[in-house]
Structure formats: C-alpha cells, structure tokens
Design a protein around this ligand. Sequence first.
Ligand SMILES: [Zn+2]
Length: 427
Amino acid sequence: MMNKATCTSLSTVKEKNRDEALRGLVERLWSRVTPYRRKMEEAGMTAEDVKGLDDLASLPFTTKEDLRENYPLGLLACARRDVVRVHASSGTTGKPTVVAYTERDIATWSDMMAHRLAVAGVTDEDVFQVILGYGLFTGALGFHWGAERLGSMVVPAGGGFTERQLLLMEDLATTVFTSTPSYALHLAEVIAASDLADRLSLRLGIFGAEAWTEEMRCRIEEGLGIVALDSYGLSEVIGPGVAMECPERSGLHFDPGHFLIEIVDPETGEVLPEGVPGEVVITTLTKEALPVIRYRTRDLSRLLGADCPCGCGEPRLERIKGRCDDMLIIRGVNVFPSQIEIALSRVEGLALHYQLQVVEEGTMKELKVVCETEFPLSSEAVASLARKAVKSIQTVTTIRSEVELLPPGTLERNGGKALRVLRGPRA
Ligand SMILES: [Zn+2]
C-alpha cells in the first residue's frame, strides 16, 4: 500500500543523473534501432555528440509518421522476447500505431500512474471506477494498474452502459472515476434527471483523452458535485500518466525523471522558453521497449514552473489547448474547437454536446456547428438560442458560422472520444 507521503515512482531518474540517462538512451537507440541511427546520421550526428540535456535540442524529432513507417515494431529497442504487452492507438488513416512494453515498462508505468494519482489526491481508501474501454487503447489499463498499485479498490467497469455504471457507483460506493470529459457530462445529465444524486459517494473525477475547457470543467463539477481534474498522456509516450493536475488545478504535474518535455514552435521546430505556448515534445528517459526521442505530440501547451501551491515540487504543463492538427482555417481565420466550446458555454440553455462540421463550398471552407439544447424547446425558442450561439461564436472567433440546434440526447455518446470535427463537402 502506498499513500501520498510514500508514493514515489521507484524507477524515476534523479536530477543529477538525467544527463547520463539521456546519453544512455541515445547510445541504445543508435546501436539498436536503425531508423533512429539513420536519422541522426542524416543530421550529421553520432551518439558521442550527445553529452547531456544541453544537447537535447540538436537531436532529430520523432513523429507519428516514423511510428507508422516502422509498423508494427520496427522501432523496438529491446529483444522481441522481452516484450510482455502491446497497445495500439487507432489510426485515423489506415494502420494503427503499435506500442510495446517490457515487464519493467509496465512496472514503471504503474508506479508513475500511482504517483500521479496520489498527487491528485487519490488514496487507498478510494473506490476507483474505470469508465474507459479496456483493450488496445492504453487509457483503461493505465488507470487500472496505477490505482491498483496505489491500493484503491478498482472497479474495471469499461466504457458505456450508463445504467450499469450508475448501479456500480451506487452499490460499491465509488468515490473516484475516470472517463472522457464528454461522458462525465453525460453522466451528470442522467444523474440530474434521476433521484440518484443523494445516494452516490463521488468526490473526484479524472478526465483525459479529449481536450476540454474550463467551462466544461465547471459544468462537470457542478453537475456531479465533484472535483474534476485533467489528465494527459499518449500511447506513443507511454499512455495516461504522463501528466496530471493536483487539486490546485493550476497545471498538470509531470516527473522530469521520466519525461523531458520541451515546447517548440510547431512551424519551425525551434525550442521555446518556459511560459511561451507551442507544441509539446517529449523524450522518455526510462522506457525500455519503445523509448522515444523528441516525440512531436502535435498537442499545444506551455511549460509552467514548479511553484505550485500544492508543494509537490514537480514542474507543470498547462492544460492542453488543442492539437495543431485540430486547428480549422475558416475563411482564412484560425479557429480551435476549444474556442467554439467556450462560445457555446456562454449561451444559457445549450448543452456542451456538439460537433463541428467544416463544409467545403467550392474553395471556401464554412463552419457549421451542431449542438444540443439542454432541454426540449419550442421551435421559436430554438431559433432564438441559435441566433445567440451564432453571435457568441462570432464574438470569440470573429467568424460567422451556421448553427443547428438539436434536442437533448441526439448526438452519440459512446464513452469513447467524442467526435468533434467532421470535414467534407456539403451533404
Ligand atoms: Zn500542484
């Protein structure tokens, strides 16, 4: 059993040893993984050129395309027999990205996640319900092993089946759960429409897999009467557990003994100073099977210092603002889905279940926003609300969009990642 005081990741690299750890990582990839060696040679480097952290920025980036091109296990840095598990992330185009773990990687991941959960305030007294799909996706097993390692009572509920989720929550007195933020919002609505609220013991929710806004956090916290914390991770780096908020909710803490996190200009790749927003780039110091050097996450954030009021002393990453790839260019204006979410949250009567459709009209791209209302409404009320939504979106983004409002419960809620952006010609 571990508690907040004793729960530290056993395999983390102490600060004074990080230079050595990076050197070791580069040497290992240079000698064992041909695509890494080739990239370094193309950059005119050898493994000896990397003495420590000061040389990090001279190393070539690793991208999602590198993982795809070497599908399934071409970037493996250990013997194939030492792999004890694989996961995969869904490929939006074609084949998935396969990631691999040694026995030690699984232990590191569990320790790391247990530590993150402890900093978030989870203890061995908690009943921890995992409302994420078990399978190739890293989310569910990452939380599962971490919470179990911490000594919580884990309820591996899996995704979906709302009635069963609520039954388990009530009967097992669940105190903490993890799901996508959009599913948490759905749960809040179902609970509000029932007489369940008084019989539940929920106090904390930890949400990830989708970029979500402070406005969404307020709705979840108010709707469920819990504290809602943000979690960040990606399978290419390890899975969930890379960074997580503490109860101060002022940035996501990460362990620099596991991850070297840089922020770079998404266009030029130039490293940006602390506090300046850009693309998150991660190097793994402790992974064995599939370490990555300078992995381009495409996620947008900035580094915050370690001076969090919680006193845990670890540096922080700001909440992810969106993905470089999610940026929409509508009539020449850059628009992020999170801006639309903020605009919709300002209109009373709208639920934050929405979808953005980029409609191509010849060479022009127009934005259509489909959003649910909180309650069933008359057609006049819907029309008035839609006008308010158009105005709010224009205020936040400067662009004029088309808004279609749907009755509550129309858009799909499957417990997986919400499908936020659809692209294509007008149907
Ligand atoms: Zn903190």
